[in-house]
Write a protein that binds this ligand. Structure first.
Ligand SMILES: CC(C)=CCC/C(C)=C/CC/C(C)=C/COP(=O)(O)O
Length: 286
């Protein structure tokens, strides 16, 4: 009795290539060429198989030209590359839409202070207080006041750079919001005070960028005592969390906002205005 191996020999090239003509299904490699010596039914199968036919139909003329001038091995390699090119974008799209779906679902579930009737509606006033603590106006006003009151050159330098950082943050966040134009969650009540027109968009969270940037700034230049440093970190985290609990943002808006604010601080350090630079700038203006 002939052994199944003798009936279905494994083709050269190491890839198991066979069809099902004898009732046994075996693997057919899409990345390896079909051996020229393979039985005619296999060539026929490759052409009639809908997946393979689709892949072949999508071959660009350039690719087709390339493969016709080469041996079967060349076309086998091409299929693999093409596979990558064709499948990757759709994989990325599926991954992104899954991430977005999870983001929306999670953000909706977490928006427990979105209004007074929400499950944690009683905590809403506290969340709004935290919201104000990360708003641009108190930060700009407080920094300007400290700059005005500061009588040391170092203090003025630090406050001036914080002020510049806050303005930079407003501009960068405004630009990203205007470009991305992601709507705020549907469960958000638009009752924030003092907003710009771009603030109807939610990506990224301006509060989160400010919290991350100012948090890093405070830790680097102003707050040295360990318990206070912990408080700064706690405050930044609470500002981010409150955005989602209030229903103002999706989770990804806040996460991206934290990352953006973190990077913005690096920018502030790079563009740091020293008293000399400032004097030079003022001298040029005068
Ligand atoms: C001096 C000057 C131009 C002040 C403007 C300050 C201002 C109105 C900032 C807007 C802050 C705000 C409501 C941002 C939105 O934060 P999200 O976390 O909701 O993106």
């Amino acid at each position: 009795m002939p052994s199944p191996k003798a009936k279905n020999p494994v083709r050269s090239g190491g890839s198991p290539v066979l069809g099902s003509s004898n009732g046994r299904y075996e693997f057919m490699s899409l990345t390896k060429p079909l051996n020229r010596s393979s039985p005619p039914h296999l060539h026929q199968r490759q052409g009639s198989d809908p997946t393979t036919a689709r892949l072949r139909a999508s071959e660009s003329p350039t690719r087709r030209r390339g493969s016709s001038s080469s041996t079967g091995s060349g076309s086998g390699q091409g299929l693999s590359e093409e596979d990558g090119i064709r499948l990757n974008p759709s994989f990325i799209r599926v991954a992104l839409s899954s991430l977005l779906a999870i983001d929306l679902w999670m953000s909706k579930r977490l928006g427990v202070c979105a209004c007074e009737d929400s499950s944690w509606g009683s905590v809403r006033p506290l969340m709004k207080l935290i919201e104000i603590s990360g708003h641009g106006i108190p930060w700009l006003a407080g920094t300007a006041y400290c700059l005005y009151k500061s009588d040391s050159a170092t203090g003025q330098e630090v406050m001036l750079n914080l002020f510049m950082g806050l303005l930079l943050d407003l501009v960068l966040v405004g630009i990203v919001k205007a470009v991305v134009r992601r709507r705020r969650p549907t469960h958000n009540r638009m009752d924030m005070f003092a907003t710009f027109s771009v603030d109807r968009y939610s990506f990224p969270s301006g509060h989160a960028t400010r919290a991350a940037m100012c948090g890093r700034f405070l830790l680097a230049h102003l707050v040295l005592a360990a318990p206070l440093r912990v408080l700064v970190l706690l405050w930044a985290a609470l500002v981010g969390l409150s955005r989602v609990l209030l229903g103002r943002h999706n989770v990804t808006d806040v996460m991206f906002g934290f990352w953006m604010g973190y990077c913005q601080y690096n920018l502030v350090e790079m563009l740091w205005l020293s008293p000399q630079t400032l004097q030079g700038l003022l001298g040029q203006l005068a």
